[in-house]
Design a protein around this ligand. Structure first.
Ligand code: GLU
Length: 413
């Protein structure tokens, strides 16, 4: 068992005592419901055949069909996918949408594959998963290194297998094949709603926040782009190659252009170059980790000076670091709450697909904001009432809802 899943189990054990959860329910929550490993033979562009390994884990479906992204990454393992599937289960419950949790992954380096190879890989992977996914069973979505096009291929392959169009089998699709408005910006917009609530409870004017973002992909750059027109100062941004810092606030549209031209945020003329670690040690109000998991380890946590951490990525903080941050009194808004905007709009996309009736951008964003704010308040109330940190509070809310569903449904057979 890897470190991530061990951390998950430790957190689960901690909330069991707060919830007074009976052992017979707890026992059902510490094991994934279904794990599938598949071989994916792919014809490469040079005519050779390469076999990749793919996974799909449905962690728990007591509250509804399994839901969660698919990542393409060279280091994907079954343990990692299981950890993220568990996180998705709690995440969907924290925002109270009627889904269980799942995650999928293929061990591959998408950056070294052509689009044609990725298409063949995706289609064969979808075929292999064909018996366990479906709009009523398990609905994948994008995650690290997967995008709208990959979702369209999943939708097409599954529909071909069925013989009719099934847009609701996957979310995060591109336009015209049953996508939702505002899905691409959903995680970022959810983070903005969470930042507003955080500022409110900390009695700090939202407009005065100084924010640093680690990760400049869909979530990180998306958040910077949402904050910039609101006049919020994004003083630092990091990507896998380096970081850039300007205490007066970075010009985000210019920074995006620079990243597009050079492949990194580093070297941006209107700022100082740093390493991501140096940026994380800078004095800012809010730090948003929005890239890989385990990025905030205990050494990084020791050096942090941010008052608030809002987790835009899944599982960015290790268990040890959590302990350090708790001792330092950092207010940490956990992934299963803060980064839930994506799956909330995925839920809207699924509902729209099932009804074949599509909403406007404004409706999607308003409903997203209202769900995120309600979830924040639910968690914050537990945080205050039980005098626990926000991660434990979010776990109490999320795991508590799943436990209730498990226990009222009973055990089959
Ligand atoms: N991959 C995203 C997450 O981790 C979205 C999942 C989904 O929309 O199903 O929350």
């Amino acid at each position: 068992m890897d470190r991530h899943f061990r951390d998950q189990l430790r957190r689960l054990e901690e909330v069991q005592k707060y919830l007074g959860m009976p052992d017979r329910v707890y026992e059902r929550l510490i094991h994934p419901q279904r794990s599938l490993t598949v071989s994916i033979p792919v014809e490469m562009d040079d005519g050779s055949i390469k076999t990749f390994t793919g996974y799909r884990v449905q962690y728990n479906t007591a509250r509804g069909p399994a839901k969660g992204g698919i990542r393409y990454h060279p280091e994907v393992t079954l343990d990692e996918v299981t950890t993220f599937a568990a996180l998705m289960t709690w995440k969907c419950a924290v925002v109270n949408i009627p889904f269980g949790g799942a995650k999928g992954g293929v061990r591959c380096d998408a950056s070294k594959m052509s689009r044609r190879e990725l298409e063949r890989l995706t289609r064969r992977y979808t075929y292999e998963l064909g018996f366990v996914i479906g709009p009523e069973r398990d609905i994948p979505a994008p995650d690290m290194y997967t995008d709208e096009q990959i979702m369209a291929w999943i939708m097409d392959t599954y529909s071909m297998m069925k013989g009719y169009n099934v847009p609701g089998v996957v979310t995060g699709k591109p336009g015209f094949v049953g996508s939702s408005r505002a899905r691409k910006m959903a995680t970022a917009r959810g983070l903005v709603a969470v930042l507003e609530e955080t500022a409110r409870v900390m009695s700090t004017p939202f407009e005065e926040l100084k924010v640093a973002i680690i990760g400049f992909g869909k979530v990180g750059a998306g958040l910077a782009e949402e904050l910039y027109p609101k006049g919020i100062r994004v003083v630092g941004c990091a990507d896998s190659k380096g970081a850039i810092y300007n205490p007066c606030g970075l010009n985000i549209p210019e920074l995006k252009k620079h990243k597009k031209e050079t492949g990194s945020v580093k070297g941006f003329p209107d700022g100082t170059d740093l390493t991501a670690e140096e940026l994380m040690a800078k004095e800012v109000d809010v730090l948003v980790p929005a890239s890989i998991s385990g990025q905030i380890n205990s050494a990084v946590a020791e050096k942090l000076s941010a008052r608030v951490i809002v987790e835009g990525a899944n599982n960015p903080t290790t268990g040890d670091a959590d302990q350090v941050l708790r001792e330092k009194g950092v207010f940490l808004v956990p992934d299963i709450l803060a980064s839930a905007g994506g799956v909330v709009v995925s839920y809207f996309e699924w509902v729209q697909d099932l009804q074949r009736y599509f909403w406007q951008d404004k409706e999607v964003t308003e409903r997203l904001r209202s769900i995120m704010k309600k979830a924040f308040r639910d968690v914050y109330t537990v945080h205050r009432e039980k005098d626990v940190d926000m991660r434990t509070a979010a776990m109490i809310v999320g795991v508590g809802r799943v436990a209730e569903a498990v226990s009222s449904r009973g055990l089959f057979p």
